[in-house]
Ligand binder design. Sequence first.
Ligand SMILES: Cc1cc2nc3c(=O)[nH]c(=O)nc-3n(C[C@H](O)[C@H](O)[C@H](O)COP(=O)(O)OP(=O)(O)OC[C@H]3O[C@@H](n4cnc5c(N)ncnc54)[C@H](O)[C@@H]3O)c2cc1C
Length: 398
Amino acid sequence: MSPSPDVLRSEIQAFFDDELPRVLDGVTGTVNRAKAWRSALFDRGLAMLDYPEELGGRAATKDEMQVWRSETRGRIPREDSVFGIGVGMALPTVRDHGSDALKERFIKPGLRGEEIWCQMYSEPGSGSDLASLTTRADLDGDEWIVTGQKVWTSGAHHADFAILLARTDWDAPKHRGITMFVLPMEQPGVEVRPLVQMTGVSEFNEVFLDEARLPRDWVVGEVNGGWATAVALLGHERQQTGTKSMSGATHSRSKAGRSPIPVAQLRELAERAGRREDPVIRQELARLHSGEQIVKWIGARGAHPSIGKLWRTKQGRAAADLAAALAFPASPAWGSDLSVDRNEADDYFAYHILNCRGMSLGGGTDEIQRNTLGERALGLPREPGPDRNTPFNDLPRN
Ligand SMILES: Cc1cc2nc3c(=O)[nH]c(=O)nc-3n(C[C@H](O)[C@H](O)[C@H](O)COP(=O)(O)OP(=O)(O)OC[C@H]3O[C@@H](n4cnc5c(N)ncnc54)[C@H](O)[C@@H]3O)c2cc1C
């Protein structure tokens, strides 16, 4: 049953103050720490308060969710990003569009952190124009057989399952022949090859599918109705990569993920660079502080997720530009000295300076967010395209 806001507040505080430090004590490695935190959260009944009770949640009200957000701001361990795709995107889509059997099979283990997910949407020829994808799935008895190539698949190297889009009807128009599936990653037909980014870190991968198999009923939504579920998941993704990404721990110095550098860290950097009193730097810090607040408020007001994502991306670039200016000339050189007091923070800023450009792409580019806002929020005419009613087989391919 849903607790009162005050009871919930003390439960959350007790969990973060007393239980979590004990749970994480001595646990090393990102995935191990992520799993330890999630299972403790689930076992305390705090993993997903707004889920229905039968799925492991507490059917919390809006007020209770507000308590959750305010009590956890800055306290969620950074390792939780391992579950960004599963808990943040795939599971809510399965919850809203999956069969009872899929919900039963995947929601609780996913919320408890026992299974890690990745998202297999993008392909070498299909990014912004996602509906042009050519990975195919064909029904063969009780299984679907999947063949094709995916790319930029974040976290595929440690994922147990993928939320997959594949074409199941080649004679239908491109948006009407796609199906969403759950694909087990551990099988001979799935080959994951890491891609090294310019940060030196490998966060995403190429995935080659060669007659990979999945059960006939592991379809999320309707066969050939995958575009609707794909768009539903993208809504969760924009929220995830928008305002929600600002809620990570401000003291965390994670060289992973897509969060802007917190302003508190830029203030420390200005101090170290001896430029705290510089009026130009102060003005930029004030502007970034306002940006940080605006992103939080956009989240609290529940604005269209594309607005949050655009603001977060803009904040990420501006924060990285200020870090680059403060750390110059050391910042462009990976691993170089920023000051006599060299420490790993220098690598941390270099990472963000290089990584922030990718924030404008992952989860849909800035241009695509603007198109979405134009068409869906402002009601402007759709982008012209001759391909909406033509059978996919008759369209030119990328
Ligand atoms: C860090 C990161 C993580 C990612 N993780 C994943 C993941 O886990 N799973 C996954 O499936 N994908 C993932 N992606 C891929 C991401 O979704 C794509 O990069 C993105 O959708 C853009 O596609 P593209 O790279 O093919 O660029 P393109 O679609 O080729 O776009 C190239 C340029 O053209 C512009 N453009 C294209 N179409 C239009 C249009 N109609 N109007 C105006 N401008 C347009 C774009 O804005 C862009 O500037 C990730 C990407 C990054 C950077």
